[in-house]
Design a protein around this ligand. Sequence first.
Ligand code: NAP
Length: 258
Amino acid sequence: MSSRNQVALVTGGNRGIGFAITRDLCRKFSGDVVLTARDEARGQAAVQQLQAEGLSPRFHQLDIDDPQSIRALRDFLLEEYGGLDVLVNNAGISTWPKNKPPRRDDFFKDTQQGRVVNVSSQIMRDALKKCSPELQKKFRSETITEEELVGLMNKFVEDLKKGVHEKEGWPDSAYAVTKIGVTVLSRIHARKLSEQRRGDKILLNACCPGGVRTDMGGPKATKSPEEGAETPVYLALLPPDAEGPHGQFVQEKRVEPW
Ligand code: NAP
C-alpha cells in the first residue's frame, strides 16, 4: 500500500453542480481537491471564490473533448500525486476511438480508495424505455463492450443527421441518449474493474443529481446546486470499507433498478 497524498478531481468545476461538488469535497475530503475547467480564466475565478470562503482547491485546465488536455492532466496527476483517487465526471465523458486517449487505468494507479462518479440523469430511464426493443436489449446487456456502445452512439449521431433516428428506434432527445451512453459506459467500466482489478476495491457509479437550479437546469428546478451535489459527493466519499454501490445508477443516495 502506498502512502502518497490522496487527490480528488472534478470536471466542469467552475460553475453549477460541479462547483458545488468541488466546494463540498474541499470541506469533506481528506486529501487535495483539484477543480478543473476548460477555460483557464473561468476556472481560476472559481478557485478564487472558494479561497475567499477559506477553502484551498488546486486548479488544472481540462477540456474533456481535447485528448491533449487530458494527457497534460494525466501527467500532472502522476507527477504530483502518482495517481488519482476520486474522479467526479460532472461535465460528461468523451470517447476518442481514433485519437487514442491515455488509458483510464493510468489515472487510478496505486489508489487506496478509488471512487469514480459519472454524473448522468434520470431522464435517461424514460428515454431507455422509449428505445426500440432491439436497442433496449443492447443497452441492458450484461456483456455489451465499450466498442459496441461507441458504435451505437455513433449510429445515433448518423441517424439524427439523416433525420431517421425515430424510425431507427431512438428517442427524440440527443441529451437523453448521451445520458444513456454515460450510464451504460459506467456499467461497462464497473464490470471491467470487477473482472480485472477486484483487489483495488475501486467503486464506480453513475448518478442523477436531481433537477438543479443551474444555467442548464434553469431557475425553476427544485434543488439548489448544493442539494444537487449531495448524491455525487456521497458516492465520491463512500467509506474505505464500503463494498458498494458499484456499477449502479444512484439517485437521492439510493440505487435505482436498471
Ligand atoms: P452547467 O451549469 O451547464 O455547467 C456545466 C459545466 O460543464 C460548466 O462548468 C462547463 O464549463 C463544463 N463543461 C462543458 N463542456 C465541457 C468540456 N468540454 N470540458 C470541460 N468542462 C466542460 O450544468 P449543470 O447543471 O451544473 O450540470 C452538471 C451535470 O449534471 C451535467 O452532466 C448535467 O447533464 C447533469 N445534470 C444536471 C441536471 C440539472 O437539473 N441541472 C439534471 C440532471 C443531470 P464552461 O463554464 O466552460 O461552459
